[in-house]
Design a binder for this molecule. Structure first.
Ligand code: ADP
Ligand code: MG
Length: 656
């Protein structure tokens, strides 16, 4: 079969924009650009009324239903998004053609089609005679360009060669010479990657290319059954080299390499219950694709080490991914529900950023009684019969058909997800184990759980930085308080108020600690009550003159004229000591839950404290908190301050 019988279909359009670029230009950054292509429904699924589970939002982003929450979608952002109506020419002109010109500058480029089997990788790369894909279009343009740039009278003579290979189970096989066996990948002293013994065919026309490429493609797919299995489990790599030789002195030479790669299917074959050879195949594919993911991540994050050597595929691409090379990864996805899990995983592989959006599917999901995923999953995992037995009458309805949706508005066209009850238990188990894994990695809440690992790390880093910033501001506030204290110590008017145990907030109400006091009711109840009853309790809160309540003093003997033009809080030393003791008692005796009622102690810290106590015995002083791993000295100080002040506030609340 002649695949490219009608090359004139793709000749011309956009080619005029392809021109040689001056070599003096600074190479652009080596980030791998990522585009996503959503193919239309195939096999008449759309005609059967199945709504898509993913849809485009604009030319760079898309959204997909969130399996964890029917009321949310996950929004992904890419360098480009091509929707189901996009043509082969759109993808080629938008994402591939712009990088080809760099080949004539002696730089390398690569185009990789990624995605699950059936999502459109081969369609994107190869296409059909009616809809030629990236490979024939790129070859047509490159050959045309080299003819123009390398013609008689031009300074450079250009020649093009092609090689075609397959990486199957981590073996490199020459498709132009199938008898040659596994080939080795080497690196020369200049860092160029080569495959000694790999066939290179010179091509000067598109007909030349077809002559070599078509039989080689058939080599790849010998035997009807092998066709599908093998072609979806091997990486097909077309290598096109453009050689340039200067016709006059100094007779420079340049070589640009273009890799056009139809990657193996990214679906997880473990789910299909593959055994033996097929399991081995999936293992090899997964490791290759897994390493590719790590390489792309490392390049896009600018990490110092890029793990090219960890797989044959990435080793081969070492000089064409990163560095001064230009690479585009086209993630192909499908709209059908049966692809949902593979689509999510392909998007996560390709994603540079993702966010959760609340988009309630009012007509559909609000009427649908959705169980918490974990609850349902346990039943799913014990099997349908047990699940049914364990299910109460209320939950029985979950399996019933979804209420009919009212005509969908523009924002409701996206379907709710396939219900969990009808999901393959193995799929569900995988989702849940992923969920548990992410959950155990930290307490970043839903956003963290739904966020790819590197984004979670960025998020955590930002949170840490924010915490540090808060600590820094608090220190500053402390300094300012100390300054005010020092000033007042020399001011005789304020003499009565200055004592070593006085905590004096800043002079402006907006920054006073008096305001947060209202929030300080999180103190444990028993502390509040005991503190209120304490005969030593003595808190003074003075308010700004001229306000409705001029002065409040808990001690009736406090003369009114002591009021001054600021807020201040005074806590007696006894009260402070009492507060410290109470906190110490709580640290030594309180459960994690009790501890959480203290300011600045969340679930994680409470558990750390309880764990420390079990290992080391009781705390002898509140400052020992600093010895708990995960609690810094600064955190301990701010904890003490917040809780002791809180104590005073609670007392104030209680007695006023
Ligand atoms: P993959 O190579 O990822 O396994 P294919 O390229 O073989 O997937 O695509 C699977 C089926 O979907 C093929 O029949 C193909 O013609 C069709 N298809 C894929 N992408 C598109 C598209 N953008 N438009 C129309 N049909 C498509
Ligand atoms: Mg394919």
């Amino acid at each position: 079969m002649i695949w490219f019988a009608t090359p004139d279909l793709y000749v011309g359009a956009g080619r005029c924009r392809l021109s040689k670029v001056g070599a003096g230009r600074r190479p652009p950054p080596a980030r791998v650009r990522v585009a996503v292509r959503l193919r239309p429904f195939v096999d008449g699924t759309a005609a059967a009324g199945e709504p898509p589970c993913v849809r485009g939002l604009d030319s760079c982003s898309l959204e997909i239903a969130n399996w964890r929450n029917h009321q949310e979608t996950l929004k992904y952002q890419f360098d480009a998004f091509y929707g189901e109506r996009s043509s082969q020419q759109d993808i080629y002109a938008g994402s591939v053609q712009p990088i080809l010109r760099h080949l004539l500058e002696g730089q390398n480029a690569s185009v990789l089609a990624y995605g699950p089997t059936g999502a459109g990788k081969t369609h994107t790369m190869l296409g059909s005679p009616e809809q030629p894909g990236v490979i024939p279009r790129a070859l047509m343009d490159l050959l045309q360009l080299t003819r123009e740039e390398g013609g008689e009278g031009r300074p450079w003579a250009l020649s093009v060669t092609m090689s075609y290979l397959e990486i199957y189970q981590e073996k490199v096989l020459d498709l132009l010479d199938p008898a040659s066996g596994d080939l080795v990948i080497r690196e020369d002293c200049r860092g160029n990657i080569l495959i000694p013994g790999l066939t290179q065919k010179p091509i000067t026309s598109f007909a030349d290319f077809e002559r070599h490429f078509l039989p080689a493609s058939r080599n790849r797919t010998v035997g009807a059954t092998r066709l599908n299995q093998r072609s979806s489990r091997s990486h097909a790599v077309l290598l096109v080299k453009v050689d340039q030789r200067e016709r006059l002195a100094p007779f420079r030479q340049r070589e640009g390499k273009l890799y056009l790669i139809d990657l193996a299917g990214s679906e997880d074959n473990r789910r299909t219950g593959n055994k033996g050879l097929r399991l081995k195949e999936s293992g090899a594919i997964n490791s290759s694709l897994f390493v590719l993911g790590k390489v792309v991540d490392a390049l896009n994050q600018g990490l110092p080490r890029v793990p090219y050597r960890d797989s044959k595929l990435t080793r081969l691409l070492q000089d064409s991914l990163g560095g001064s090379a230009h690479s585009i990864l086209i993630a192909n996805i499908a709209p059908e529900r049966r692809f949902y899990l593979d689509t999510v995983s392909a998007l996560n592989f390709a994603a540079r950023s993702k966010e959760v959006i609340n988009r309630p599917f009012t007509n559909e999901s609000l009427q649908l009684r959705v169980l918490a995923p974990i609850k349902l999953s346990q039943k799913e995992l014990v099997g349908p019969s047990e699940a049914k037995r364990a299910r109460g009458p209320e939950e029985e309805e979950i399996g019933s058909p979804e209420p009919t949706a009212a005509p969908a508005s523009a924002s409701q066209k996206l379907s709710p997800l396939q219900k969990l009850s009808s999901m393959d238990p193995a799929v569900l188990e995988r989702l849940l184990s992923l969920d548990r894994l992410l959950g155990s990695q930290g307490s970043q809440g839903t956003h963290g759980l739904n966020t790819p690992r590197r984004e979670r790390m960025v998020l955590m880093k930002t949170m840490e930085e924010k915490d540090l910033e808060i600590e820094r501001l608090k220190m500053k506030q402390k300094e300012l308080e100390a300054k005010v204290l020092a000033q007042e110590a020399v001011d005789p008017k304020d003499k009565e108020n200055s004592s070593p145990a006085v905590l004096r907030p800043l002079a402006r109400r907006t920054v006073t600690v008096a305001k947060p006091l209202k929030k300080a009711v999180v103190m444990p109840l028993q502390l509040i009550q005991e503190q209120a009853a304490s005969p030593n309790a003595e808190i003074h809160i003075l308010k700004k003159k001229g306000r409705k309540r001029k002065l409040e003093s808990l001690d009736a003997s406090e003369p009114e004229e002591k009021a001054e033009d600021c807020w201040e809080l005074q806590i007696s030393p006894e009260l402070l000591a009492h507060g410290r003791q109470k906190i110490l008692d709580l640290l030594n005796e309180g459960s994690a839950r009790d501890l959480r009622s203290l300011q600045r102690i969340g679930q994680k810290k409470a558990q750390l404290i309880v764990g420390w106590r079990e290992l080391h015995g009781p705390f002898s002083q509140v400052e020992d908190l600093e010895r708990v791993e995960g609690i810094s000295g600064k955190q301990m100080e701010s904890f003490l301050k917040a809780n002791i002040l809180g104590l005073a506030a609670c007392h104030r609340c209680d007695t006023s």
